[in-house]
Design a protein around this ligand. Structure first.
Ligand code: PLP
Length: 430
């Protein structure tokens, strides 16, 4: 494949945009370098780059694009919003419609607030939990990404009963000292941390089904255990469902597992590809948010008609019969095909899949926590990534990310991808 124009644009970008990218994960640092491909058009399950190469897309823009690129129903809603005025700074009827749609699908959202990104949504749930409980500390789980605000860019200390350390320059130790990070799926460590800090914990922040060190499901009893132990200590449970909202079912991961948090943060899919975030939960907690309560949160762009209209249109597409069954069917076909091809070439891989999202880990070990995901072979993934890109298969450039199917992928796209993977595995085995 010829990437000449992408290379030229990236050299130019580096003169103007820090690192040449507007989000670090796009820079191919996680796959041993290379020039990021500059896409020009997306339609359905496909991308075309600036050099005219065509790709089957499994990046899905890191999650939001579940209905494929430029879905006509969503494009029409955005176009209508564009001609009707994209930003009013006043309430609109659309916001009520969308809030009701979300509440119907996710009953734990007694009250909702729309914001502009997943980061904003999670950040505010943490602030509200602190306001509600009058406590400062938060527990989170290693490897889970919750956005880029200070309290969640904190690394684990040396054990469950130790405080965190900053995971980015520019974050004060005093912020990190209020965050405890423990391994996912490890209820014993969670209980130990709660025994130590329980009466100081405002909230436990968890991705109920992890999307950020690959797709990792909670072990049986893990989410129930978190609820019981947290609530016994007077702490709140916050689900970060930024990736998992409407990804696996018409609703959230909390619908899959039948466990309800006190608050939920959402983003990605609910904006139909436009910037959005939302948070919500128990009414008595949400009433602590301004203008009713003392926890402040505001936004010029919040609830803008374009994002809300795109979100409504996206959920309307997802309400169609059989959408998630088909994602699951194609996901299973892809998983089985990849496993067959890897075993033919004797490349050790393990795959975690839920419905139309999966992660291929290079290694034998089944992945249930971040340590195991981190131990998977990054060099092998990098090689695989570039071999797939050369064959027109666009994956996320990191061994920790998921492949996301869309409603627009066909059986033939999946079969073509399996064939490409077969070739990649054979090249790797040489
Ligand atoms: N929470 C989770 C689980 C995420 O995966 C992400 C982004 O990938 C975020 C929060 C942050 O969302 P955003 O990038 O919209 O700020």
């Amino acid at each position: 494949m010829n990437f000449t124009t992408s290379k030229k644009l990236h050299n130019e970008a580096k003169d103007h945009i820090v690192g040449g990218v507007n989000s670090p994960s796009r820079a191919y640092k996680g796959v041993g370098g290379g020039t990021p491909v500059y896409m020009k058009q997306g339609k359905g399950a496909y991308f075309w780059d600036v050099d005219g190469n065509k790709y089957i897309d499994f990046l899905g823009a890191y999650g939001p694009i579940i209905t494929g690129h430029a879905h006509p129903h969503i494009a029409e809603a955005i176009s209508h919003a564009a001609y009707n005025g994209v930003l009013y700074g006043t309430p609109t009827k659309l916001e009520n419609t969308f809030a009701k749609m979300l509440k119907e699908a996710i009953p734990s959202l007694e009250k909702i607030r729309f914001v502009n990104s997943g980061t904003e949504a999670v950040m505010t749930t943490v602030r509200v939990a602190r306001a509600y409980t009058g406590r400062d500390k938060v527990i989170k789980f290693s490897g889970c990404y919750h956005g880029h605000f200070d309290s969640v860019l904190v690394e684990a200390g040396s054990g469950p009963a130790t405080l965190g350390t900053p995971d980015s320059a520019g974050i004060p130790e005093t912020v990190a000292e209020n965050v405890i990070t423990i391994p996912f799926n490890d209820l014993a460590s969670f209980k130990q941390a709660m025994e130590h800090w329980g009466d100081q914990i405002a909230a436990v922040l968890v991705e109920p089904l992890v999307g950020n060190f690959g797709i990792v499901e909670p072990k049986e009893g893990f989410l129930e255990g978190i609820n019981t132990v947290a609530h016994d200590a007077g702490s709140l449970v916050i689900y970060d469902e930024v990736i998992t909202s409407f990804r696996f079912t018409y609703g959230n991961a909390q619908q899959l597992y039948g466990v309800e948090p006190d608050m939920t943060a959402m983003g990605k899919i609910i904006g139909g590809g436009l910037p959005i975030g939302a948070y919500g939960g128990r009414a008595d907690i949400m009433e602590h948010v301004a203008p009713l309560g003392a926890a402040y949160q505001a936004g010029t762009m919040s609830g803008n008609p374009a994002s809300i209209a795109a979100g409504i249109a996206c959920l309307e597409v997802l309400q169609e019969d059989g959408v998630y069954d088909e994602l699951d069917r194609l996901g299973e076909r892809l998983e089985n095909g990849l496993l067959d091809k890897a075993s033919e070439s004797k490349i050790p891989v393990s795959i975690n899949r839920k419905c139309g999202a999966l992660t291929v880990y290079f290694g034998d070990e089944t992945v249930e926590n971040y340590e195991q995901a981190d131990a998977s072979n990054g060099e092998a993934f990098s090689q695989f990534f570039h071999l797939m890109l050369e064959q027109g298969i666009n994956l996320a450039p990191s061994k920790f990310e998921a492949w996301f199917l869309t409603t627009e992928h066909t059986e033939s796209d999946i079969d073509q991808t399996i064939e490409a993977a077969g070739k990649a595995f054979r090249a790797m085995a040489k």
